[in-house]
Design a protein around this ligand. Structure first.
Ligand code: SPD
Length: 288
């Protein structure tokens, strides 16, 4: 590929994060602009409303870190809820666990699913054929509000940055509903933005989750082309015994299948909270 190459950038607070390639899809859905870029170095990359979501090359840094700390924790996992995740990467990682019986993937934008099915086949190959995966085109907050108590073992929030229609799934009211529909051993995992380029959003997510659950931990790692590169995932539960301790029986096979995640990586990443974030949270704790 060497013709018609163009730079496509995410602009964020006076910086820009770009990839060079060829635009192979660009359309407006009723909710947002969707672009797929074909690149030499990063493979195919998905941008929603000017923000990078995923690419063939770096997606495992993100999806493995969102999914495996939570799923590898629990001895039994049958029912999973994914909010967002229309590119299929999060579902792919969950489906690796043979004991998983049902995944409800609730994506607000049908076009993201259609375009991901057509172009992001390296990320989601075969995922859509797995009968355990049920796709629901719906608003995540509405879905959670209408769900019966104690239903899910794991809830994974794989949304865009918290603004516009995504904002609701990062709110305290939303986390309260998640707690209600998780069973008593259940774990919630959410992408929790960057401690550097989205510091306020990052702190707000952790604060709201800490007000809702007794066990909360944040893991830090890299997603190379997201603003500033450093990213985070926050995990929470009311079950101390099976929280981030790697008790799932399928863990050895899962480790072999991963490019990024393993329990060592996880335990290092769980100790990476930048001191300014640690101090900000500590000060708030003291003032309560
Ligand atoms: N700034 C980008 C945040 C995007 C988080 N979700 C990415 C979706 C990948 N499945």
């Amino acid at each position: 590929m060497n013709e018609n190459l163009t730079w496509l950038d995410e602009y964020h607070k006076g910086s820009r994060y770009g990839l060079k390639g060829k635009i192979i899809e660009k359309k407006m859905s009723p909710l947002q602009e969707i672009i797929v870029l074909e690149t030499n170095e990063y493979g195919r990359a998905l941008m929603l409303d000017g923000c990078w979501m995923t690419s063939d090359k770096e997606e495992k840094y993100y999806h493995e870190c969102l999914v495996h700390p939570a799923l590898s924790s629990l001895q039994e996992i049958s029912n999973i809820l994914i909010i967002g995740g229309g590119d299929g990467g999060t579902a792919r990682e969950c489906l690796k666990y043979k004991q998983v019986e049902n995944i409800d993937l609730v994506e607000i934008d049908n076009e993201v699913i259609n375009i991901s099915k057509k172009y992001l086949t390296k990320i989601n190959n075969k995922v859509w054929l797995d009968k355990r995966l049920k796709i629901h085109i719906d608003d995540g907050f509405k879905w959670v509000k209408n769900m019966t108590d104690d239903y899910y073992d794991v809830i994974l929030i794989d949304g865009s940055d918290p603004s516009g229609f995504s904002k609701g799934v990062y709110s305290k009211d939303f986390y309260k509903e998640c707690k209600r529909i998780l069973n008593n051993k259940g774990i919630i995992a959410t992408q929790s933005e960057s401690p550097e380029s989205f510091q306020e959003q990052h702190l707000n997510i952790i604060r709201s989750i800490k007000e809702t659950f007794t066990q909360v931990q944040t893991m830090y790692s890299f997603v190379p082309f997201y603003p500033s590169g450093i990213w985070s995932w926050t995990f929470a539960s009311d079950n101390k015994d099976e929280f981030l301790k790697g008790k799932n029986k399928e863990i050895d096979l899962i480790k072999q299948s991963c490019d990024i995640w393993n329990l060592n990586y996880q335990s290092g990443a769980l100790k990476m909270m930048p001191n300014k974030i640690y101090k900000a949270l500590l000060e708030e704790g003291k003032s309560k």
